[in-house]
Ligand binder design. Structure first.
Ligand SMILES: [Zn+2]
Length: 75
């Protein structure tokens, strides 16, 4: 999945995402907790929004296609 193409990020979320180094983004996208799989999975078809000042990634588990989300805390 090309992580440089941002499908559905709000402008604010895109700003936060852009501030994360490429290797950091890749790590985040490949380590999202899935409650169904009960382990970390890659996230697919994700979108980005800002919640409480933090970046929230929402998408689907690459393994079982359940909804998963990952909050990326900003300092
Ligand atoms: Zn899963």
């Amino acid at each position: 999945m090309p992580i440089e193409s941002i499908p559905k990020f709000t402008p604010l979320a895109a700003n936060l995402w852009d501030a994360i180094p490429g290797h950091g983004r890749k790590k985040l996208l490949n380590n999202v907790w899935c409650g169904q799989c009960a382990h970390s999975v890659p996230i697919t078809n994700f979108t980005g929004a800002v919640k409480g000042g933090d970046l929230l990634l929402m998408g689907k588990c690459a393994v079982c296609h359940s909804d998963v989300a990952r909050l990326v805390e900003s300092n």
